[in-house]
Write a protein that binds this ligand. Structure first.
Ligand SMILES: [Zn+2]
Length: 390
């Protein structure tokens, strides 16, 4: 084991995690009555590898056992940490703490955490079965020639893919395409499928605007505004960074150099929602908005007008222009509210603003900020919930 845990002076439950004297993160560990409650965070240390994360979890569990624990409960939203915890034997559904009996940890690699299968078809079946274990019903996609051509054309150079189909309502489906790599994190795929299915059930009339979800090369990643252009109805797909579904690119995405500004300034979702849920919701909103605007352009204008009124201006466009030297005091104040209550990224333009508003409304836990709450009310009025039809 390479990871060392050292107590932080002044806080007996807080431990620093180091590999060869390089800090890679921190752990909080509390043992009460046989139960160890642990939480952890990983820092973007140079040279960090996915095995270090596994070792961090194992080192924490070993310490918990020495402290008298028989069971462990891991509170964490990081996909990388959850993936490592699942690899050593913790388990549980999406968006809840993972659990295990300590004596069961580390004995063997549990099913559904390491890519299995000697050919692409078997590996696709493995992925589908693993998603099913995580509570997301899916089937391996039939490699129809047109689908494969489309996948290859759009996959952004990630090579072969594993494609699964998710049926979110009777007869209505979408495809998720992930790179065929050994470091796949199925939970990232499952969260994507789960959030997409939930959003589609809420907006069934717009669901055809995203029939395929592709995990792309990391460079394309989260500069998501660029993909509004891909939201043409002839190409109903969204693209997400492969950092959400592979350990290597997740670690790369954590490094400050490769993340870039758009991601760091976009809104963080409330726990238990994860960064994947948030990005999926954001991207889906771009598709939903372009789908309803294609049919009812005035609806989009009215939505921006009403959100603007909430911010004290005539339309959301005035709020996003509030940083301009020509902006009136009302525009400036609307801009500041948008940045503070939603995110700095929301001030990019009105489309990014509504996508960020939707993300925070969808991934809410407890009362959202006033402008987010108002946005949600408006969406419920303008696009009331409906029953999906095949
Ligand atoms: Zn966007």
């Amino acid at each position: 084991m390479t990871v060392e845990l050292r107590p932080v002076p002044g806080d007996p439950d807080l431990l620093e995690a180091k590999v060869h004297d390089v800090e890679i993160g921190a752990v909080r560990l509390e043992v009460t009555g046989g139960l160890a409650r642990m939480a952890a965070q990983v820092d973007p240390a140079p040279g960090l590898e996915s095995q270090d994360i596994v070792d961090l979890v194992l080192a924490t569990v070993t310490r918990a056992k020495k402290g008298g624990a028989t069971d462990v409960e891991f509170h964490c939203e990081s996909l990388l940490l959850r993936h490592a915890a699942r690899q050593v034997g913790l388990g549980g559904a999406l968006r809840v703490p993972l659990r295990a009996r300590i004596d069961d940890i580390g004995r063997r690699t549990p099913a559904g955490t390491t890519l299995r299968g000697s050919d692409q078809r078997e590996r696709t079946s493995w992925l589908s079965a693993t998603l099913n274990e995580l509570g997301v019903a899916s089937t391996p996609a039939r490699p129809s020639r047109s689908l494969r051509r489309l996948a290859t054309r759009l996959s952004g150079g990630v090579g072969d893919t594993l494609d699964v189909v998710v049926e979110w309502a009777p007869g209505r489906t979408f495809t998720i395409s992930v790179p065929d790599r050994p470091d796949i994190m199925p939970e990232g795929v499952a969260l994507t499928a789960d959030t997409t299915a939930a959003v589609f059930r809420r907006f069934p009339d717009q669901a055809n605007a995203a029939k395929a979800i592709h995990f792309d090369k990391a460079e394309h990643g989260l500069k998501s505004g660029r993909y509004a252009g891909v939201a043409q109805l002839s190409v109903p797909s969204i693209h997400l960074t492969i950092g959400f579904v592979t350990t290597e690119f997740f670690i790369q995405m954590m490094q400050p150099r490769s993340t870039g500004t758009p991601r760091s300034s976009s809104a963080r979702p409330s726990s238990p929602y994860t960064a994947v849920d948030a990005t999926v919701a954001h991207e889906l909103w771009h598709q939903i908005e372009s789908a309803f605007e294609a049919r009812h352009y005035a609806l989009g204008m009215e939505l921006r007008h009403q959100v603007g009124l909430e911010l004290g201006v005539q339309t959301l466009e005035h709020a996003v222009k509030g940083a301009s030297p020509k902006a009136t005091p009302a525009w400036q104040s609307a801009y500041r509210r948008l940045a503070a209550e939603v995110s700095p990224y929301a001030t990019t333009n009105a489309r990014e603003a509504t996508a960020e508003l939707f993300k925070l409304w969808w991934c809410r836990n407890g009362p959202p900020a006033p402008v987010v709450a108002r946005f949600g009310e408006l969406v419920d009025q303008m696009l009331p919930p409906k029953t999906p039809t095949a």
